[in-house]
Design a protein around this ligand. Sequence first.
Ligand code: CA
Length: 525
Amino acid sequence: MVGYLLSPIYLMKSRLLSLLCFTSATISSLAADRPNIVFIFTDDHCEQALSAYDPSRMTTPNMDRLAKEGMLFNRCYVTNAICGPSRAVILTGKYSHLNGFMTNGNSFNGDQQTFPKLLQKVGYQTAVLGKWHLKTTPQGFDHFQILPGQGAYYNPAMRVMGKDGKEVPTKVTGYTSDIITDLTLDWLKEKRDDSKPFMVMCQHKAPHRNWQPGPDYLTWLDDKTIPEPDTLYDDYKGRTSAASEQTMEIKRHLSANDLKLNKPRGLNPEQLEKWNAAYGPKNEAFEKAKATMSEKEIIQWKYQRYVKDYLRCVKSVDDGIGRILDYLDESGLAKNTIVIYSSDQGWYLGEHGWYDKRWMYEESLRTPLLVRWPGTVKAGSRNEDIVSNLDFAETFLDVAGVKVPSDMQGRSIVPLLKGEAAEDWRKSFYYHYYEFPGAHSVARHYGVTNGHHKLIHFYQKEEWELFDLKKDPNEMKSVHGDPNYAAVQKEMETELARLRKEFKVPEVDPLRPKRQKKPKAVKKK
Ligand code: CA
């Protein structure tokens, strides 16, 4: 029973499918000329640190190559800006409340429908290498080698797929971003069955906190000053109490470990020597100067230290992408392989004084999306439609000629990749964040945006925000309740209700239908 999985377009294209009976031999010969899929995925990589989007902080030549040779999506929004939940959305094409993985505290039910399983059914070879972060053992893969939990930046413990699909512990020496690239290349070159098309997920840990750079980049950027965002010294006025109650400020919440003022964990003596040679003198100079530095100077120092380490981590990922693209070229695979680059959500590089993600505000709502597909995607093209990680599963299935199951909630972006105008494409987007109480104390909220206006409801607080993104792109002043925006507010409320119904969002938050306590007064330091 494979026929029901194939899209009408593919059915028309393939003469073989006129047969009513399918043998496994037929399936693999059908699959043989279908595009391969290389999905390169990072953790917490924002557009502000990808030069095809924003060249002000660093250059990422290999990611930029994907943009130059493919399509850059300027408005890729995530449904729930946090690691595990984003991954569950990608696998299932369903919002968190339906796939069951709403916060990082949840555990993924791997028995449910996922796109890798559907690809396997039509003859694709599938593999996932690197960060998994869904707790349960991967299903739907011919091979995996994953990091347990968040994973380590150096010499990581890993779980490799053993016989019968079980996880077998192993340990690898080296820098994790390089290791994940090596594992991906090794699978592409040596481990897969090259008579079948493939889908490989190369999933980096970087640039997740605590941003430990690789051995080649420990002193890179030492001679540079990274520009500060306009909102680094945000005082959180003009919004609800939620913005001031978080615990993700560069000023107050970065630890000594985050700032590399402590001895790093997990490095071997050789790695540690290199590390100390790089950070030792920098830290000594800071410790000496600290007593005479103003509060602002300390924030500036922390910002530079934090952002540079983050950018250094991105640099190693970019190098790895270059190695993968080179291999696809050398092997001749490039012409029939779609390469997708994205991250599980965006991130704050000091905007609003923050690190971390979670909010429906632009920096974490957006995630990079670059797609190269020779012969289909026009080189150097740019798309402004609202697309989402909710669309990835549907897109991968469509690329492979598999009919998208009707219970998936996103939509294949293949028409957009082909440059076809989709008149009925979504004009608004629903977002929902659940992890409170939780790390960094971001209140639960849901909301709707159409790219011009954004309405957010912090529902346990009964507080609302409305932003005019054209007039206030940094989202500094909510206009909720402003009579000049009464009509817009009403319109956005109606749209929010419509989307909640369309996506089958339960009226009461399924995790904890309680009211959040009244805010405490914010301590100013
Ligand atoms: Ca993440």
